[in-house]
Every structure is written in C-alpha cells, then in structure tokens.
Design a protein around this ligand. Structure first.
Ligand code: SF4
Length: 317
C-alpha cells in the first residue's frame, strides 16, 4: 500500500496546467506527531510513502521529521517530487542517506517554461532548474511533463534532459485535459522516437514501469491531509474536488478509520463515488482523452519493457 502525506497546498510556482487548489494550509508538527502515532498503532502494509504538495520542499523540516521518526515496523521507500527550485546540497545529502527517490518535475525548454510555468522571476528559476538538474543528474529521476501543447516538442525536450545526463525518466502526459487528434499523433510519434532512441543502445531507466495502476484515471492510496483527515485518493488535491472532501473522507488520525478498505463493498462504493464526481466535473471529451493518452503511454511501456529484456539478455552473452 502507498501512503501519501500532503504537506502543503502552497507552491512557489503557478503552472497553467496544475489543478492543485493553492492556499496556505500546511501540515503542522502536531498533525505529524499524531499521524506517526496513528501509524504505529495500526498494522497497515506500507511499501511506499510519498510526499505531495503544492511544493513539498517548502516543508523540508517536516519531511525530515517524518522520515526520521517513521515507525520502524514499516520500513518503506520514500518518494518526493519537486519543481527543483528549493533543492539544496543539504537536502540532497539527506535524500542520499535515507534512500529517498527524489524526482524533479520539469517540462523543459524555455518556450515551454514560458508557456506553462507561471512564476515570479521565471528566468532565474529556469537557470536554477538547469543547474540543479545537471548537478544531481546521476541521483534524481525526472518527471517529464508532456502537455497537449508541448507534445510537439516532446522528443526535443527529452533529448535536452538526457544530454544533462539524467538517466531515470518518468513520462507524465497531462491527464484531465482535452487532447486534439493532432496532439495525440504528436504524442504517439514522439514516444516512438524515444523508443527508437532507447533501442539504438542508448540507456535510461523507465520509472513508469514501477507505477502500475489498475485504473488509469486515479490511484487509490491512503492520503493524510494537512489537517489530519484521511482520504483514499489524492484527487482531493484538485480544486475540482474541494467541495467533495466531506464525501471522500474515510477517517482522521485522531479517531481512526471509519471504513475498512479491504472490504469489497466499501471499495466498490468509493470507486463509484469517484467516478460520479469525475463525470460531473470533467467533460466526456476530457475523460475520453485520458483513455487514449493512457493507451499510448501503456503501449510505449510494453514495448520498452520487452526491449529492455532483449537488451539485458544480449548484454549477458
Ligand atoms: S510546481 Fe507542481 S504543484 Fe507547483 S504549480 Fe507547478 S505543477 Fe502545481
């Protein structure tokens, strides 16, 4: 099972495609202490702990606190995805010492940054992102965000990141937006280009292979919100889901869980609830787009996986 801590709804960026409901609410020391007690008193099977925001590195101290004091009986892997601007040497050392999987989420070239990422002093931030990516390329993973609009420069951006010596890629096409036929074709063609690049003995790891999900639209994870309320989906981060939080709540860290998520009836009714909300909040064209985007990504992952084994077997000969 995966556990998500939502550390803050704040971010130093305002990306156009981001639907996180931005406000100043952040987790507190009291919520962290109580959450650790809650986890200690339960016997979940937690394999991965992920820190979400907003920008999680706005709360570095809390990340360190949670990792240092996480109940020993679990021994999970920790994951952080950041926009990279708040990374410093200290945090990299801490991440290495604690085997944290640190992901830089970037969409790359300057035109694209200009198009998508809205931030104060954007030019300095762009330079900082490049500097940090180059400096820590051998350690970090990169989430390459591919929106419908930047699908036309997908391969160029990939190559730009690869040439900085990044070798662990997670491709993240933007879900929940409407894609046109032309954008789908771009996406498919450029995935083919990335695949051909990999086949011709260029090496990189595809992180997407670690993130299999039964449902393409969302994941079911145990989510601890900044106020200690527990949900079973991280869709609650979106402003579209803000008004449904009461319905989606499954408990809180002070009073235990209201539902048993191993109970099939609960699981089914929770899934129906999420689907009903998705259908209310997104057009059918957006929901259809998600399916196609996911299909293109899945086909790429399948091909990549098969080729990975062929290359691996050949390397043994
Ligand atoms: S950096 Fe991430 S959390 Fe912040 S606005 Fe951009 S996509 Fe959203």
């Amino acid at each position: 099972m995966e556990l998500i801590y939502i550390l803050t709804y704040d971010c130093n960026f305002r990306c156009k495609y981001c639907d996180v409901y931005k406000h100043k609410n952040s987790i507190s020391q009291e919520i962290i202490n109580q959450s650790l007690l809650f986890l200690e008193q339960n016997n979940f099977i937690i394999e991965k702990v992920k820190f979400f925001g907003g920008e999680p590195l706005l709360k570095k101290k809390f990340i360190k606190d949670i990792i240092k004091n996480f109940p020993k009986k679990y021994n999970p892997n920790f994951y952080i995805t950041t926009n990279t601007t708040l990374v410093d040497e200290n945090f990299i050392i801490f991440s290495k010492e604690n085997n944290i999987n640190l992901t830089f989420s970037i969409d790359w070239d300057l035109d694209i940054l200009w198009e998508n990422r809205i931030l104060e002093n954007w030019f300095n931030s762009w330079e900082l992102i490049i500097k940090n990516t180059k400096k820590y390329a051998d350690f970090v993973r990169v989430n390459q965000v591919i929106t419908s609009k930047n699908s036309k420069t997908f391969f160029k951006n990939f190559k730009f990141i690869y040439d900085l010596w990044v070798r662990k890629f997670n491709f993240l096409p933007a879900y929940y937006e409407e894609w046109s036929k032309e954008w789908f074709i771009n996406l498919k063609n450029w995935f083919e280009e990335v695949f051909n690049f990999y086949k011709s003995w260029n090496h990189f790891k595809l992180v997407n292979l670690e993130n299999y999900s039964d449902v393409s639209f969302f994941n079911l994870w145990l989510v601890i919100d900044t106020d200690g309320i527990i949900y079973w989906t991280n869709l609650i981060l979106s402003w579209k889901f803000e008004m449904y939080k009461n319905q989606l709540k499954i408990g809180d860290i002070f009073n235990w869980l209201k539902f048993d998520f191993n109970d099939h009836i609960f699981v089914e009714s929770y899934l129906i609830l999420i689907w009903d909300i998705l259908k209310k909040e997104y057009t059918s064209l957006v929901l259809k787009s998600v399916k196609y985007v996911d299909l293109i990504l899945n086909n790429f992952c399948d091909d990549f996986y098969k080729t990975y084994w062929v290359k691996y077997m050949k390397s043994l000969q």
